[in-house]
Design a protein around this ligand. Structure first.
Ligand code: UDP
Length: 484
């Protein structure tokens, strides 16, 4: 911050799901590190996941705090303890959860009235925040937690409905109006992208909230998707500040290891395992914080990885039917000992990706994961499952050209589908190809390395994300001054 500007007080209101909370907590810590006061608003159980990190920042002298507000899942017909989208296990529960979070509006308003912050950064799923904050003259910055690219794709699918002009679900169509020729099929569209379903109403409320907001905070960096950042502003009329990749603000081992939640493996054990491997030889396989596969698909992944003979770290989300390790083929763990490491439930992802032994990432294309892979400078195998993950896959494959498709072609809910979408032969093939020394893989590695360098430069002093944050802080300070 400039010496002539007063510190701002900013509220951060993350949606209760790891993929939304993790980056917004990083952003709250970042604003505090730049001399402002950050207050994170969440429910008591969710606050526990990042309490240690906040305490560490406080000890360093940062002005960062947490205010908790009550949330009663039972009132909304959800089971006791269901305080995060990560606990939701059926489609019916998803809708209930989205409805239930509306209960938070009133306690949030009380906090806004009491503290009168200079700005609130709210997750887009709390679209009602814009209205609530405007009652007190407080500007709202919205946080989608995804790329500009993905928002542009979604906007033009809604605007031009190209999927309504095809004759089959698997017929390829081009998304009109975008800077690149982006090809998709109807099977890959998310519920939010399609028209006329139960998400349409939420989509409309989000749009209203966007129009009333101060702008968007984007976890991305300009150089990664410049054409889409421009499109987002110039063609879609949205103001946006790009301040990512925010994972890069976690600089020490403990912050990286505890990001999101405490990992199921001791970080030092994990690092020693990686230290024993040669540079760029290990593939990291993880499908994010919510998607979980059924036993048949897990068997295919296990056999595909084993057949590839590439060393791997594989994170398996624990869910139903997983208690007795039945999800692995017989004798698998003994056979892969030393060559493969299975982490059950939660891995220190950023710590792993940043290790020099890791040379590739098989990902479900959650936006955080893609950015973390890009920041680490490694190429990707894309295996999108749900949400806007197929859009993100298009950015990786068709624009950045730093990945290979696993071949999953069907958007699905994330609740352990029993069917197999990618067979072991294909898994072996793509892993071998990505980690091998073929020309195409070399080119991808080179491009990925260059992007990784750009990502790191973007967040350093004088970099594009650093400067965008400075510009935002200055603008908010001016806005705040004019209000007084
Ligand atoms: N993550 C992690 N360990 C895990 C799984 C996920 O640290 O075992 C983190 C990951 O680094 C990322 C976030 O959780 O920051 C997942 O977000 P993403 O957008 O990739 O996917 P989502 O979970 O929202 O589908």
């Amino acid at each position: 911050m400039g010496s002539d500007t007063q510190p701002l007080h900013i509220f951060f209101f993350p949606f209760m799901a790891q993929g939304h909370m993790i980056p917004l907590i990083d952003i709250a810590r970042l604003f505090a590190a730049r001399g402002n006061k950050s207050t994170i608003i969440t429910t008591p159980p969710n606050a526990l996941h990042f309490a240690d990190g906040v305490d560490r920042d406080k000890q360093l002298g940062l002005d960062i705090n947490v205010e908790t507000i009550p949330f009663s899942p039972v009132e909304a017909g959800l089971p006791e303890g269901c305080e995060s989208l990560n606990h939701v296990t059926s489609q019916d529960m998803v809708m209930k959860f989205f409805k239930a979070v509306g209960i938070l509006q009133q306690p949030l308003e009380h906090l806004l009235e009491e503290f009168r912050p200079d700005c609130i950064v709210a997750d887009i799923f709390f679209h009602w925040t814009t209205g609530a904050a405007s009652k007190y003259g407080i500007p709202t910055l919205l946080f989608y937690g995804t790329s500009n690219f993905s928002l542009c794709v979604r906007e033009n699918i809604i605007r031009y409905a190209p999927h309504e002009k095809v004759t089959s679900n698997s017929e390829v169509f081009v998304v009109p109006g975008l800077p690149d020729q982006i090809e998709m099929t109807k099977l890959q569209l998310s519920n939010f992208g399609k028209t006329d379903n139960k998400f349409t109403e939420i989509g409309e409320k989000i749009k209203e909230s966007e129009e009333k907001s101060f702008g968007f905070l984007v976890n991305s960096f300009y150089e990664l998707e410049a054409a889409y950042a421009k499109y987002f502003t110039n063609e879609m009329g949205r103001r946006a500040w790009h301040i990512g990749p925010v994972s890069l603000y976690n600089r020490n081992i403990i912050d990286k290891a505890q990001r999101g939640k405490k990992s199921s493996i001791n970080e030092h054990d994990c690092m020693s395992w990686l230290d024993s491997k040669k540079p760029n030889t290990v593939i990291y396989v993880s499908f994010g914080s919510v998607s979980s596969f059924g036993t048949a698909q897990l068997h295919e992944i296990a056999m595909g990885l084993e057949a590839s003979e590439v060393p791997f770290i594989w994170v398996v989300r624990m869910g139903k039917n997983k208690e007795n390790d039945q999800f692995l083929p017989e004798g698998f763990e003994e056979r892969i000992a030393g060559k493969g490491l299975i982490i059950k439930d939660w891995a220190p992802q950023v710590l792993i990706l940043d290790h020099p032994a890791v040379g590739g990432f098989m990902t479900h294309c959650g936006w955080n994961s893609i950015l973390e892979g890009v920041s680490a400078g490694i190429p990707l195998i894309t295996w999108p499952v749900f949400a806007e993950q197929f859009n993100n896959e298009k950015l990786v494959i068709q624009v950045l050209k730093i990945g290979i498709r696993s071949g999953n072609d069907v958007w699905n809910a994330w609740f352990e589908p029993e069917e197999v979408s990618v067979r072991k032969e294909r898994i072996e093939e793509v892993v071998t190809q990505l980690m091998g020394d073929g020309e195409e893989a070399e080119d991808m590695r080179k491009r990925a390395r260059e992007l990784g360098e750009m990502a790191k430069k973007a967040v350093e002093k004088g970099g594009s994300s650093y400067n965008d944050l400075t510009a935002l802080i200055e603008e908010l300070s001016l806005h705040s001054y004019q209000q007084t």
